[in-house]
Design a protein around this ligand. Sequence first.
Ligand SMILES: Nc1ncnc2c1ncn2[C@@H]1O[C@H](COP(=O)(O)OP(=O)(O)OP(=O)(O)O)[C@@H](O)[C@H]1O
Ligand SMILES: [Mg+2]
Length: 1004
Amino acid sequence: MNAAGEQDVQIKRVSSRKRSRGSPKTHLTPAGERGGATGHRPRPNTCSLSSIMFDGAAAQYCSDSEDLFGDYDSLLEDGSLLAKLDEAEQKARRSDQPDFTALRRRQSPEDVLTDSIMDLLGDGPSEDLPASQRQFKELIDGTAERLRDGGKTSTPVRDPERGTEEGTRRPRRSVADQMKRTMLCNAAAPSSVSRSAVLKEAVVSEEIGVALRAMETIIPETPDLGPFFGLPTRVKELMFKLRGIKDLYDWQKTCLNLDCVQHRRNLIYSLPTSGGKTLVAEILILRELLCRRKDCLFILPYISLVQEKVRGLASFGLELDFMVEEYAGSKGRFPPVKRRNNRSVYIATIEKAHSLVNSLIETSRVDDLGLVVVDELHMLGGGSRGAIIEMTLAKVLHMTKSTQIIGMSATLGNIKDLQAFLRAENYTNDFRPVQLKEYVKLNDTIYEVDQTEEECFKFSRLLNFKYSSSMKKMDPDHIIALVTEVIPAHSCLVFCPTKKNCENVVGMICKYLKEEFLQLRKAEKVVLLRELKASGSGSVCPVLRRTVPYGLAYHHSGLTSEERKLVEEAYSNGVLCLLTCTSTLAAGINLPARRVILRSPFVAADFLKRSQYKQMVGRAGRAGIDSTGESVLILQDKDRDMAKTLVCAPMENCVSNLLLDDGKGLLSLILSLVGLNISSSVDQVLDFLCGTLLFVQREQLCVETSLAEAVRRCVGLLESKDLITGTAHGQSLQVTKLGRATYKGSVDLTYSNILYKDLSQGLEGLLLNSCLHLVYLVTPYNMIAQCKTDWMVYFRQFTLLSAAEQKMSAAVGVPESFIARKAAGQTVRKTVNMEVVSRMYLALVLFSVLKETSLWKVAERFQLSRGFVQSLLSSAAAFCSCVLHFTEELEEFWPFRALLTELTRRLSYCVTAELIPLMEVAGVMESRARQLYHAGYRTLTHLANADADVLSNAIEHLLLRRANQIVASARMLLNEKAAALQEEVDELLTKPSDQPTAETRPLI
Ligand SMILES: Nc1ncnc2c1ncn2[C@@H]1O[C@H](COP(=O)(O)OP(=O)(O)OP(=O)(O)O)[C@@H](O)[C@H]1O
Ligand SMILES: [Mg+2]
């Protein structure tokens, strides 16, 4: 293995010789051998798209021969069956066009068999085959006949007595058996061949017998499908084709070969930012999907990251035949569609992952989850969202022993606690593809961070830059000096403490840049501005209009997600060389820079945390482009001591958040435990809690009250809120209807009673000739505090409402007179619930966006940032889907169901109806959808059938790579929708297992 990690990927094979024939693969390689043997001859491509396309049973069908027969090629040489299999498999693969008929066909296991083996052997005469192989072909034909009889359509009526999955798979398993047996017979059959051949065949059959007996006792942890860490070579090719990854880093190989990974034990691995952690997780996900035929859950912290991952994995899903399902915002089905013939990777935000796990537990399907991967595991310690990750993982740990959990992070302090919680092993490495040098700047001196120095900082150099006196005033921190040392030749990120500061700093830098900056990549900058304009329906942010020509921009949550995407892409492509940004850019998005500057050690008014600092400086150094990366933290003298701790202290500890906010997390955990029938007494709750991070850290966290006491208190509180019932001693706990609705809708416990009251009141006089009332009911309570009311704007907007809308507003508690007085600056004595008033203000914002579909206009009208309006809209969409699930559990709210289904859709997309199907494709935003629509791609089917080259030419400045991703995502979505319908049909046509018969009919 060379230093650059150039060595070929280790091939874990039992026999590379057999592999090199591209022969069928085994599921049944003994674990020990798999771990030990390394073969270096990569398998030819024959490996097997088609065999991956089969489900697990299909793979078993064509699996066993090679490991069984070892080197005894005599059986299989010249004109052999395997050669024929290979040839035909190649043929099948060549004809495997990505059209949807083929995809549909693959979904039926019967069809899989028809596609593969029947085609392999063809219909031609079999006289030229040896007797044993003729016998095998007859067996196959027989099986085919049976399958054809039973499965003329892709939705055969299944016999419940034979079980569903098992029932459909059994034929192939028996074929596999029969194949072995036939070959055994073949080996043992008397023939007219020479004595030595007879002897050889006797040895063969003996060996086969041993192998068969061995197979019966070996159940491998993860069946091996090929040479690329147990995956077919095709995966390696795809990694190169789709990601440009030629080889794995050494640590990635080591990690994938760890014993605990081989044996599917839980693992936490931590490496610096940009270390390539995701790739390891993805390979493990692929192994779980393809080799073990289990579903996977991949938890990511933000919607944008989920969408990026869905886009990134869609092509893999299409090529390797698994589903990629998005669980973010309002997307995702609960429980997920049960797919008999296919496996899914659910890519989910933290909240959606929790709901998903709940729904799987409720439907007793949690065992279907083979693997749960948590990215940015340190978020366990991140407030209420951390509590949700903890609940999710604790439930998985409690409910199933077969689900593997993998957590990864760049910043973990107390790994031991997390290991104890997850019962996981740990892998740590400080690999970075590009070396990072950390500096701090004090006055005009640059110091290198050096932990070995007593002072932590070692003199490096003096800043060399001539400042005029006006410039000194404008830029006392020498930001211009620092950035112009790298731009425009290299890229630079400047982290700023506030959003406003980002805009000011980027404007200030532009003022002092030379004219030459304007000449660089001029045409591409013009295009970027044009695209920004299109995304803003004709408006461009004045700051960006001024800075983009210089190759600079800002990036923070005040921009719309479309603007952010355009800025990110332009920066990645080098059209922009500098971004000023807030700390949000540091989390997850892969936008590295040669130099990272931290404008100050603060985020808003708070001093940076060590983990935040690490995330930010970790962006320095672009793999494959830069030889080093450097970070510069700008310090004032007063911050010097605190900064020492920041750069040198160990990482912060990750602490359980279940007790945060008066035990809000614990309350909602107990509610769902009772609701899911996991616990029905205080003791059982306590038993469950033994598997949490809170339990591991109980001595540190439960100082005033014991855990048992805290639980009893929570149970009492839940009872007082009418969410659960039980006996006086905390026995026979049961969830009430309201309680069930609350946890199923993932409604914050603080609001569940208010939501119930609001919805009940809403039923009494629901305004239906306008959507304002409904919008008000789904306006998220937790956004109220984030928006300051402008009373003048409020009053103006209020007066524009219809009489019915004003009446409704007064009925919920916001009378016109109150707003009028506030707008006039008068003091109001009347007692009005200010939460309701503020919520109605937000509802008016949402109502305007729905009516006009222009974030820009609405943001301007309400004096808000367009980014805030957009996040309000997406929060409302997510909350609307929560309210929908809430109403589904409460019979009295039935009228809301249809209304909220449609409202969720409208809030999620908030565009004219014709663009919605296109925007359902992950990552297609409004202006792109409009371009696609105008280019004739009007439906999902149009997109799914698009030729990426044609698409890329038809849409201005759509890169081929992006076009490919769009087409792949569209295909995946279409595939997923079609498969869901197919499952529904299958379900309908399946005979119920409890179908009354003459014998079972009860006497009435
Ligand atoms: N073996 C490899 N060869 C080349 N590039 C790689 C390899 N593995 C990963 N990469 C690339 O390195 C970049 C960073 O990888 P990744 O996003 O997985 O880092 P990370 O460890 O998750 O960092 P962070 O903590 O910042 O999320 C990605 O662009 C990825 O494609
Ligand atoms: Mg990462």
